[in-house]
Design a protein around this ligand. Structure first.
Ligand SMILES: NC(=O)c1ccc[n+]([C@@H]2O[C@H](COP(=O)([O-])OP(=O)(O)OC[C@H]3O[C@@H](n4cnc5c(N)ncnc54)[C@H](O)[C@@H]3O)[C@@H](O)[C@H]2O)c1
Ligand SMILES: O=C(O)CC[C@@H](O)C(=O)O
Length: 528
């Protein structure tokens, strides 16, 4: 029975979905050693932010096919290691957007009105109405850093609260910002102008310690900073100093460079004007149900052999694209498998040419499918859509994509793969006909019209009387049944190709005899 490990607390709705297709073991709080020891039993792993899926875990995960992160960030998963092993990593890009945005807004409001500190003082017996005089958000400027899903929602609500909203996001268009009624500003200007800054960008090598002592020093002394995105974007010592020394008026954090927050973190020493929550941005009942369902459905689908909706390590290959391009992907994979057998391995360059209607499709998924086909001849089942690009790169296959929409060879267009290898150059073209059937339409530039079948034989020969007869008799003598035969040539009595679909594979001893037929220049048995 297929087994899935759930190693962090996950909403029951997700467990119920996984249970439809697998035995689900919920084992939270495993040590890294315990996880490495048991992961080999599982085909699926479902986590939140607590489990660290390191390269060691992936190395030990001999049966693992999918890691599902019930949330957005996959920074606790070694995605390159998973990709290398062909393990799909999926997440839930939108399930907790509202929860995280509302938490940022809650922190902003709490900070402005000193809610946690006023509460603590009242609970301790006080009645202090002077210390906790706050500020209004109305007519203040909010600077949003990262205007993606969460940042956009924060911006919308802030606009409704009467705030002026500016943003810094180098990857957002002016039109999108205008639609959200947000002014785009350079980062230094945003920090200098804002009364509130809210961070909603990912942690990457570029954003690490982006908010440092120098940037904090440019903020207004009345300004407040909120980070509900990722730890490590703010220099925590610099922030503790800035709040303590009133360089800024306050800060609220939900995320930390290292989680759980260390007992001796300088942040814990700041007693006023700083609010800390323990990574609660996604912790609403609604968000936990959303992400659990979203990710469990994807794990279930992948275990059933279906595509995943939001795989982070198969760029461009969403379930929708897979469904839309199913026969085209199949064609690319078949042509790749065929080409690798014609080329005889060691391909150093692959050109993927999308011709006519084909050029209207995204090239990347077709390239990945072609590479999967090419590499599966050598690597079998260990190659998949996840690791094909990486494996090809590591084998030194240089890929060129060409879109040629002017070509008018077939109504639905065609796909041509051409290879360079030490044994020569080869090319194959194929098309998807209206009935969804695949056809091979050229081999090494010779026109043919062949439906791919499991066993095939391709020859290059001189177009002269007797060759076809000799080959047919030879196959008959060795009990190899011919299902169909096609000959392609460009000029009479010139070079030609022959394509035979066979019911049986060609025995190696027979191949040597075929090579000996006068006029046969090359013969390639192919298994698809
Ligand atoms: N606290 C929580 O529990 C919690 C919950 C969900 C998400 N998050 C985090 O919130 C952040 C935002 O999530 P999202 O779903 O909105 O992601 P998103 O991908 O929709 O948006 C991120 C935005 O950041 C922008 N960006 C990237 N690099 C930038 C840079 N150097 N400067 C400025 N902008 C940059 C991107 O262009 C994008 O628009 C992520 O870090 C995510 O991990 C935290
Ligand atoms: O509560 C969690 O699992 C963390 C959620 C959040 O940081 C995310 O990346 O989705």
């Amino acid at each position: 029975m297929t087994k899935v490990l759930v190693s962090d607390p996950i909403d029951q709705a997700g467990i119920d979905i996984l249970s439809q297709v697998a035995q689900v073991d919920v084992r939270t709080g495993l040590s890294p050693e315990q996880l490495v020891a048991c992961i080999g039993e599982y085909e699926g792993l479902m986590i939140r932010s607590g489990t660290q899926v390191t390269a060691d875990v992936i190395e030990a995960a001999s049966h693992l096919r999918i890691i599902g992160r019930a949330g957005v960030g996959v920074d606790n998963v070694d995605v390159p290691a998973a990709t290398r092993r062909g393990v799909i990593v999926v997440n839930s890009p939108e399930g907790n957007t509202i929860a995280a945005a509302e938490h940022a807004l809650a922190l902003m409001l709490s900070l402005s009105r000193h809610v946690p500190h006023a509460h603590a003082s009242t609970m301790a017996g006080g009645w202090d109405r002077k210390t906790y005089v706050g500020n209004e958000l109305y007519k203040k400027t909010l600077g949003v850093v990262g205007l993606g899903k969460i940042g956009s929602h924060v911006a919308r609500v802030a606009r409704a609260l009467g705030m002026d909203v500016a943003a810094y996001d180098p990857f957002i268009s002016a039109e999108r910002a205008q639609m959200l009624q947000v002014r785009l500003l350079p980062l230094p200007q945003l920090f200098a102008e804002a009364d509130y800054v809210s961070l909603h960008l990912p942690r990457t090598p570029d954003t690490e310690n982006l908010v440092n002592a120098a940037l904090l020093a440019t903020m207004k002394p009345t300004a407040r900073l909120v980070n509900c995105a990722r730890g490590g974007i703010i220099d925590e010592q610099a922030l503790a100093d800035a709040v303590e020394n009133r360089v800024i008026a306050g800060a609220a954090l939900d995320v930390y460079a290292k989680e759980p927050l260390a007992a001796d973190s300088p942040l814990r020493l700041v007693k006023e004007r700083l609010i800390l929550t323990p990574h609660l941005g996604a912790s609403t009942e609604e968000a936990q149900e959303n992400v659990a369902i979203d990710v469990a459905e994807q794990i279930r689908d992948v275990l059933l052999g279906l595509p995943a909706r939001s795989a982070v390590n198969i760029p461009g290959l969403t379930a929708e694209v897979m469904e839309l391009l199913k026969p085209h992907l199949q064609l690319a994979e078949t042509l790749g498998l065929l080409l690798s057998q014609l080329a005889g391995g060691q391909i150093s360059e692959l050109e993927v040419r999308l011709q006519g209607e084909f050029a209207s499709h995204p090239a990347q998924p077709l390239v990945v499918a072609a590479l999967k086909g090419i590499l599966s001849a050598a690597l079998g089942d260990s190659i998949n859509y996840v690791n094909a690009t990486l494996e090809a790169k590591e084998r030194g296959i240089h890929v060129l994509e060409v879109k040629d929409d002017a070509s008018r060879d077939f109504a639905g267009g065609s796909l041509q793969l051409s290879s360079r290898s030490p044994r020569g150059n080869h090319s194959v073209t194929g098309a998807v006909f209206t009935d969804g059937e695949l056809r091979i339409t050229t081999i090494d530039e010779f026109p043919v019209n062949v439906t791919p079948s499991r066993h095939m034989l391709f020859t290059r020969h001189r177009d002269m009387p007797g060759i076809i007869g000799q080959l047919g008799s030879l196959l008959g003598e060795h009990n190899v049944n011919i299902a169909s035969m096609q000959v392609g040539r460009r000029i009479v009595r010139g070079d030609a190709v022959m394509v035979l679909s066979l019911d049986d594979p060609i025995p190696p001893s027979l191949l040597a005899v075929i090579h000996g037929i006068n006029g046969i220049q090359a013969a390639h048995p192919v298994t698809l």
